[in-house]
Structures are given as C-alpha cells and as structure tokens.
Design a protein around this ligand. Structure first.
Ligand code: ADP
Ligand code: MG
Length: 325
C-alpha cells in the first residue's frame, strides 16, 4: 500500500507511532507535538525540548532560487520555530548534511554561515552533526531547548471558548513560491518570507505564560488548527474575514485568479504562531506590545472545525499541506 492511500504524512506518523509506542518514563510529551518534552530533573526544573526537521533539495528549497546562506537560515529557523511553538528557548543544535559528490566547499561554508546567523541571534550553540555523501542534498537539524513548566504550550491544551490567535499575516511564502514557479520575481517582501522565514522567538515570552495551546504554522493554518483541535478534543470556528493577509499576497492571488484565503489557509511555511488563549488571559496579552490577530474561537464540539465566510455561511475547514497526499 502506498502512503497516499492511508491518508498521507500524518496517517503514516500515527502508524509508526503505534509500532514504537512503549511505556515512557519522564516523557511529558512524545510524538505528536512540535517538539518532545522531557523531564530531566525533578520538578520544578525546566523541561528539555527536542525537535528535528529535514529540508530536501527541490522540495523545501531550490538551489537556483535560494543562496546557500538563505537555505542555512531557513533550516535553522524552521527548527527554532518548533521550540518557539512549545513556549521554549532554543539552546543546542546538531546539523546533519547529505552532500552530492560535486558539492562545492564554498557553498557548504556559506550554508553554515546562514545557520550561524540564526544561531547567533538566538544564542544557540552548534555542537555536532553528521556528514555523508548521497544523490540529493538535504540538511537535517536537531534542536534542543528548554521550557519552564508554566510556559509550556502543548497542542492538547486548547479549552472551549478560547480565542484563536495568529501572530502575523499568512500565505506569503506560498504566494512567493507560486510566482517563482512561473519564472517571475515576487516582491521583496514575499521573497524574504519564502527564502528566509524568521521564527517568532521574538514574542514567545509574551505569549507562552498566558496561552493555552500553541503550534507553529508550517503546514498551513487549516492543517495546524486541525492538529490543535484533534489533540485537545475540541472544535473551532474560524472567521474568514479575520484571517490576516498581506496586500502582496492578495495581489498574487488576484493575478492567479484564486481566492487569497486559499494561500492563507493551505500554504505552508509561514512560521507564525497559532495559539489559543482564555478571555481572561487575552486581557493580559492586550497589555503586551505585540501584534496578533484574533481569528476565531475554540468550541466544545469535538472535531467540528468550521470556517465562517464573510456572508456568515459555515463550511467545514479543509486544506493544509500534507506530504504524500
Ligand atoms: P512539525 O510540522 O511541527 O515539525 P511534524 O508534523 O513534522 O511536526 O511532526 C509531528 C510529530 O510527529 C512530531 O512529534 C514529530 O516528532 C513526529 N514525527 C514526524 N515524523 C516522524 C517519524 N518518521 N518517526 C517518528 N516520529 C515522527
Ligand atoms: Mg511545528
């Protein structure tokens, strides 16, 4: 049976999870969140966070569109984003690379200068990795960090009536990719969002103490809201008119004759944070000077994930990126 038949990437992970599931000691959260959460010292010591992400040539970037430095930044930032999504602080990085035999040393060094740039900004130390030869270039980063227990935001912590928030506009990376694929050049704004996305570490410390559930938007808003609802056993109502979309994304959507919402809901790699927060804590967040957008509410209706159109029509919310599907 192929992966598509069983429902794609997430159905496969569920099956693999079933095979390796064992009794776990000192595991606060294993498979199923943006990072694993481990108890390494008695409470109230912070938890250890571990996440890993692969970037593959031709799938996550193209070497004729992105410089080595940009690929390095993107590889680091997508891992940092997963630590941010737990409410944590990134600390230790390991980088493993698969290199075709003809890869130029200058190119690899530039890749690492990109990684270093992200690491320096966030105070992360690069401590090891692995190097091997292969047909296709790929980079796999493993990132460790920590989170205090009162900052930990699991996907499973959403509560009925929570407000649903996003930390920035959506769809820019997908819009840029669409333009690049036609052989044209996107606006500088879109290009930067696609080639050198920045994780939202800058605002995590404001959000983490007051949020309930959190996830980073790597596979599109629609997919991520499903992950939160499934794991929290709740539903959601998203107001289409409240989803923030940059004017450049709207332009691209108009040029391609598609609704801008399609890019905002289904396009991946925005690396903004999606979080849920109680009405009481929302008032506290309002005092923090960070930009965020309220896009809907969590409901008690398990697995009922609805998009409310500007006309007030309710539709099931579908979409989001899923490898193999
Ligand atoms: P993210 O998009 O936040 O990086 P993923 O969707 O990649 O998260 O992964 C979701 C969960 O599944 C994570 O806990 C991750 O560690 C786990 N996971 C993904 N692929 C595998 C795999 N091949 N084997 C075991 N666990 C996996
Ligand atoms: Mg994630």
């Amino acid at each position: 049976m192929d992966i598509k038949t069983i429902g794609g990437e997430f159905a496969l992970i569920d099956r693999l999870h079933g095979i390796v599931a064992t009794q776990q000691v000192n595991v606060i959260k294993g498979i199923g969140d943006d990072a694993a959460v481990l108890r390494v010292a008695p409470e109230p010591a912070p938890y250890l966070l571990v996440t890993t992400d692969i970037l593959v040539d031709g799938r996550h970037f193209r070497r004729n569109w992105a410089t080595a430095e940009q690929i390095g930044i993107k590889a680091a930032e997508c891992n940092i984003s997963d630590i941010a999504a737990m409410g944590g602080r990134p600390q230790w990085m390991f980088t493993s690379i698969v290199l075709p035999a003809d890869t130029q040393v200058d190119w690899i060094e530039a890749l690492y200068r990109g990684i270093r740039q992200s690491c320096n900004t966030r105070g992360i130390a690069l401590l090891g990795g692995d190097t091997t030869q292969g047909e296709l270039f790929s980079i796999t980063i493993t990132l460790l960090g920590s989170v205090s227990q009162d900052h930990l935001c699991l996907r499973s912590h959403a509560q009925a009536d929570d407000y649903i928030m996003v930390t920035g506009t959506l769809g820019a990376s997908a819009a840029a990719l669409m333009v690049l694929e036609t052989g044209s050049k996107p606006s500088q704004y879109l290009l930067e969002k696609h080639l050198t996305p920045r994780s939202r570490m800058d605002i995590v410390d404001c959000i983490a103490p007051v949020a309930n559930a959190m996830i980073d938007i790597s596979d599109g808003l629609a997919a991520e809201i499903h992950h939160i609802c499934q794991q929290s056993h709740v539903g959601a109502q998203i107001q289409a008119s409240m989803i923030p979309i940059h004017p450049d994304v709207k332009n691209i959507a108009a040029n391609h004759k598609i609704p801008p919402l399609e890019l905002a809901l289904g396009g991946g790699e925005d690396f903004e944070l999606l979080f849920t927060i109680s009405a009481e804590n929302k008032a506290l967040l309002d005092k923090c000077d960070i930009g965020y957008y309220n896009i809907g509410r969590i409901t008690k209706h398990k697995d009922q994930i609805l998009l409310i159109t500007p006309e007030g029509v309710q539709k099931p919310l579908v979409g989001g990126y899923n490898h193999f599907r």
